[in-house]
Write a protein that binds this ligand. Structure first.
Ligand SMILES: [Zn+2]
Length: 320
């Protein structure tokens, strides 16, 4: 059999059956030294789809960095069918300082597809689109909840697209939530380029948590198996199907106080059910928090003190 053609990225080529770390130049630091976007390419010996997995588009969402590392460690380009582009950190500036945004306060996930002459965020987005998204059929974008919130492991994707839906089902997170595309997001820009994109949300910012990492690693591997890139693991057969949800909303605080929640991630709740309460500083209950819909708790705040209007509990409604 003829050897598969090598894979071109940046100014390097990766031969079939090999793995290579590539540094795509972004800019220079004010103190000197180049800053680059690190990409690990695993170019399988046999043909197959090209898939990217990225984490930390928001620099403080470090959970996915560990997922990407474990995925790479679990694969061999000798047996892989197709090509995997692993990008552990996209927002390299935010990652170094533990911040969600770029130094200019821009949200990288509202800066896609970007441009070579735009803001720093726009340039990183453009580089990622050109070198990574442009050569891939499928992408998986790993996130966590924002600061002081926590998310149940869940896939957000355009479930109305049959191929994307199959991939979301293959991932097998407890919940898959239909999400409309958002302007400037990687998911939107990827879709516009013809790629199927899954967004994985799990856990908290600035934390490595065992369950979100384990569900993420297993999910990415199940997607790769569903694409024929790796062999499925027999242990996966027992996995329950994800619960499909079509909409979600936050229950917000109706006053100010110290919050105690009675519900946990993954709990099923009914309209009117008590979710917790707000107290004053001496522990006197000043207000109760109730569910405004039936559904599954997919996110909640970890903040002990809340103000009127703060988001407390995120409830997703299962499809009927
Ligand atoms: Zn995020």
């Amino acid at each position: 059999m003829a050897l598969r053609e090598s894979f071109a990225i940046g100014n390097v080529r990766v031969r079939a059956g090999a793995s290579k770390e590539v540094e795509l130049p972004i800019t220079r630091l004010v103190t000197g030294g180049d800053i680059s976007l690190p990409v690990r390419v695993l170019h399988g010996r046999e043909p197959g789809p090209a898939v990217w997995v990225n984490a930390a588009i928001h620099g403080d969402e470090v959970m996915g960095v560990e997922v990407v590392q474990q995925i790479v460690a679990s694969l061999s380009p000798k047996t892989l069918r197709g090509t995997l582009l692993a990008v552990p950190v996209v927002n390299v500036f935010g990652f170094m300082t533990g911040e969600r945004y770029l130094p200019d306060r821009r949200d990288l996930n509202r800066s896609f597809p970007g441009s070579a002459r735009g803001s720093l965020a726009s340039r990183i987005a453009h580089l990622f689109m050109t070198e990574v998204v442009g050569t891939c059929d499928v992408g998986i974008d790993l996130h966590t909840a924002a600061d002081r919130r926590s998310n149940l492991p869940q896939i957000r994707a355009d479930l109305d697209d049959p191929r994307t839906r199959e991939l979301a089902e293959a991932f097998g997170a407890p919940v898959m939530l239909h999400a409309r595309l958002r302007d400037g997001s990687l998911r939107q820009a990827g879709r516009d380029r013809g790629a199927r994109v899954l967004l994985y949300e799990a856990g908290e910012a600035m934390r490595f948590q065992a369950e979100p990492i384990a569900v993420g690693v297993a999910g990415v591997r199940r997607v790769l198996a569903s694409l024929g890139m790796i062999d499925p693991d027999p242990a996966w057969a027992e996995h329950p199907a994800p619960e499909e949800c079509r909409s979600s909303a936050w229950v917000r605080a109706r006053g100010t106080g110290i919050l105690h929640l009675d519900v946990r991630l993954g709990d099923r709740v009914e309209t009117g059910q008590r979710l917790g309460g707000l107290s004053d500083t001496f522990g006197r209950r000043v207000r109760l928090v109730h569910a405004d819909r039936d559904g599954i708790v997919i996110g909640l705040t970890r903040a002990p003190i809340v103000n009127a209007g703060d988001a407390l509990v995120h409830i997703a409604s299962p499809a009927t």
